[in-house]
Ligand binder design. Structure first.
Ligand code: ADP
Length: 184
C-alpha cells in the first residue's frame, strides 16, 4: 500500500492524518494546499497567481494544479510511493493522475476517505482559524467539496477505503492502517 490518496471534506483531518501516515509508512506526504501556501508565503509567481483563489475558497485552475503536482511527483522520493492529500479534487485531476501514473506503469493502491459530519467540520475549521477559515469561505469550500470532489468517491469505488474520522488523532490513524491492512 504505497501509492495512496486521502479524500475528505475540509476539516476532516487529512493533513494531520497524512503527516502521521507518511511517517509510519515511510512515504512522502504531498499536499497541494501546503504547496500553494508555501508559494504564497515565499511570494513566488505561482503564489501571487493563486493567493486570491485560496482566500476565496475556490479551486485553483486545473492547468496550474496539475502542472505543480506532476513536477512534485517527478522528484525521486516518490519512487517507492506517496500519499496525496488534497489532490485530486475533481474528476479532471483524477484522470490526469491516472494518465501520469500509467506512463510509468504505476497505479494507485488505495483511496482513503475520511468521513466526518458537516457540523463537526465547521466547528473544527472555525477553531483552526487559518486565513481561509472564516464562516463564509468555509461554507463555500464545503459546497465545492460536495459538487467537485465528492464525485471522486464513485470514480474510485474499487479502491475506496472509508474510515470514520471522528475520534482521537491516534485512533483515526490506527483505523486507517487497519483498514489498509484489511484490503491486502
Ligand atoms: P482544506 O482541505 O482544509 O480545504 P487544503 O490545504 O487541502 O485545505 O486546500 C486549501 C485550498 O488550496 C483549497 O481551498 C483550494 O483553493 C486550493 N487547492 C488545494 N488543492 C487543490 C487542488 N487539487 N485543486 C485546486 N485547488 C486546490
Amino acid at each position: 500500500m504505497t501509492r495512496l490518496v486521502l479524500v475528505g471534506p475540509p476539516g476532516a483531518g487529512k493533513g494531520t492524518q497524512a503527516t502521521a501516515l507518511s511517517e509510519k509508512l515511510g512515504i512522502p506526504h504531498i499536499s497541494t494546499g501546503d504547496l500553494f501556501r508555501k508559494n504564497i508565503a515565499e511570494q513566488t509567481e505561482l503564489g501571487q497567481q493563486v493567493k486570491h483563489i485560496l482566500d476565496s475558497g475556490g479551486l485553483v485552475p486545473d492547468e496550474i494544479t496539475n502542472q505543480m503536482l506532476i513536477a512534485r511527483l517527478e522528484l525521486s522520493d516518490t519512487a517507492d510511493g506517496f500519499l496525496l492529500d488534497g489532490f485530486p479534487r475533481n474528476l479532471g485531476q483524477a484522470e490526469v493522475l491516472a494518465t501520469v501514473l500509467a506512463e510509468s506503469d504505476q497505479k494507485l493502491d488505495a483511496v482513503v476517505q475520511l468521513q466526518v459530519d458537516e457540523d463537526v467540520l465547521v466547528q473544527r475549521l472555525l477553531a483552526r482559524g487559518r486565513s481561509d477559515d472564516n464562516e463564509d469561505v468555509i461554507r463555500h469550500r464545503l459546497h465545492v467539496y460536495q459538487s467537485e470532489t465528492a464525485p471522486l468517491l464513485d470514480y474510485y469505488r474499487d479502491l475506496l477505503v472509508t474510515v470514520d474520522g471522528v475520534a482521537e488523532i491516534d485512533q483515526v490513524t490506527d483505523r486507517i492502517l487497519a483498514a489498509l491492512r484489511d484490503r491486502t
